[in-house]
Design a protein around this ligand. Structure first.
Ligand code: IPE
Ligand code: IPE
Ligand code: MG
Length: 254
């Protein structure tokens, strides 16, 4: 990859957390007259490259949308193929994650996963739990609506138990009940393959994220595409509801 492109990155303005909707595997395969699963297999190579790229660039959190709650409704053959791919990939990648000091995390309704995928995942979480570098968060069997309903249900249960006062529920409370309670909100959300939607991904957490859409299909997404997204992010004016002048004054004070 061209070092001059990386050289343009402002290290002081790196996003701490990048979230990616890895879309377009199926279309990528079909365009080559191949089965959709062929695209998913090639998508794993992009995952490897982007995880490594984020670790090198000093990103602290990378959330990858790997499988949504709604994806369970895909044809059985595709779902089974994807589950086998997850188990196989996680098994193979753990030594590499450990070598690169990457900690695996997961968000989603894991109760829906087949037993072997569940077991493999828990072992991988445990085996990488001491790593202190990049947090690689897999959104697996995840949807934002599932997460929000789950959070509301647990808040209600705690109020019923008396361990939480309803009048004290605020944004922080809700955040503590979300699957992402241990992670900061993503500053940059990338979606590949030309679709301009969020598809039930981190609806609460993306409130102030910068959104970046590219036509590149996920199996073609490489480090230079990641760097382009980061450079685009760094050129944006983030105001959080304030005026430009206020933001300028705040930055001058730093
Ligand atoms: C994203 O690629 C991967 C998953 C949803 C598992 P798709 O499988 O959605 O590919 P397209 O969007 O059909 O091309
Ligand atoms: C979103 O992609 C989910 C993942 C990338 C895992 P989809 O392909 O499922 O989303 P839609 O159906 O195009 O909205
Ligand atoms: Mg898709």
């Amino acid at each position: 990859m061209q070092e001059d492109l990386i050289g343009k990155i402002n290290k002081a303005r790196m996003p701490r957390h990048i979230a990616i909707i890895m879309d377009g595997n199926g279309r990528w395969a079909e365009e080559q007259g191949q089965d959709r699963l062929y695209g998913h297999y090639h998508g794993v190579e992009s995952v490897r490259i982007i995880v490594e790229g984020c670790a090198e660039l000093g990103v602290e959190y990378l959330t990858l949308y790997a499988f949504s709650t709604e994806n369970w409704d895909r044809p059985q053959k595709e779902v089974e193929g994807l589950m086998l791919l997850f188990v196989d990939t996680i098994r193979k990648e753990v030594p590499i994650l450990n070598k690169n000091n990457i900690r695996l995390r997961v968000i989603g309704d894991l109760s829906l996963l087949p037993k072997d995928a569940h077991k493999e995942l828990h072992e991988a979480l445990e085996m990488t739990s001491q790593n202190t570098g990049l947090n690689l968060i897999l959104a697996l069997s995840y949807s934002s609506r599932w997460e929000l309903v789950n959070a509301v249900k647990h808040i209600a249960l705690d109020v019923e138990k008396g361990t939480l006062q309803a009048a004290n529920v605020n944004q922080q409370t809700l955040e503590q009940y979300l699957a992402t309670s241990e992670f900061p909100d993503p500053e940059l959300m990338i979606r590949t393959s030309g679709e301009y939607r969020i598809s039930n991904f981190l609806l609460y957490q993306l409130a102030y994220a910068e959104l970046y859409f590219t036509n590149t299909r996920w199996p073609d997404f490489r480090k230079e595409n990641l760097v382009e997204a980061i450079l685009d992010f760094q050129g944006r004016n983030r105001r959080f509801g304030k005026t430009d002048k206020q933001i300028e004054e705040e930055t001058a004070l730093l």
